[in-house]
Design a protein around this ligand. Sequence first.
Ligand code: NAG
Ligand code: NAG
Ligand code: NAG
Ligand code: NAG
Length: 195
Amino acid sequence: MQGLAASSKLSLTIVVVVFLLGLASAADGRRRLVSSSPDEPCKKMTLYFHDILYDGGNNTANATSAAATNPTALSNSTYLGMLVVFNDPVTERNVLPVGKEVPAARAQGFYFYDKKESFNAWFAFSLVFNSTEHKGTINLMGADLMGEKTRDISVVGGTGDFFMARGIATLRTDALEGLYYFRLQMDIKLYECYV
Ligand SMILES: *[C@@H]1O[C@H](CO)[C@@H](O)[C@H](O)[C@H]1NC(C)=O
Ligand SMILES: *[C@@H]1O[C@H](CO)[C@@H](O)[C@H](O)[C@H]1NC(C)=O
Ligand SMILES: *[C@@H]1O[C@H](CO)[C@@H](O)[C@H](O)[C@H]1NC(C)=O
Ligand SMILES: *[C@@H]1O[C@H](CO)[C@@H](O)[C@H](O)[C@H]1NC(C)=O
């Protein structure tokens, strides 16, 4: 029985190896590029994230995000516990799309406020590209340390043109207009790319 178990373990290993080789060739013959230095990402782009928060009445037409939960009583003033769901336009220039202009991508996901003493948030979203230039997604998540001038979140994966992407996105608040609009500059640097 022992021998049988060992040989079936071996054949399982072989199956897994063959499966992984199969996956590698399924990447459309793409080659994996891993950057060797933080200064030399294999792909870099700057995009702007526009969040127009629903104000409860006047901006129904242009709002692209809305609070899905109320802040908790523990810290109402820093919105602790408020979760905002968004499907926001993302552009290459730092202005909102004008007229029928199609944004470069949409950011689909959520953030929630998570600190009692001051404003701080946690983000998880996908950049969804569906343009002639790019098709696919880049998936990002991490702590948005709002007190910092710039903060890094992780690029944890990607699909389509961004197959298996990994890297860092540096966020900077580019504009903050009242309670219902902010714009983030996102410098996305990928350190693992399939090309
Ligand atoms: C909506 O607009 C009205 C009229 O300008 C204003 O009094 C009200 O405060 C606005 N509501 C919000 C949530 O901004
Ligand atoms: C969204 O629409 C409201 C109401 O028309 C307007 O006051 C506000 O400036 C708009 N927000 C942005 C960011 O364009
Ligand atoms: C939060 O503060 C507002 C304004 O001070 C108050 O009306 C509301 O009841 C508070 N909400 C909670 C959950 O404490
Ligand atoms: C992507 O763009 C194509 C062509 O404009 C359109 O037909 C399709 O519905 C879009 N897909 C999504 C998920 O928006």
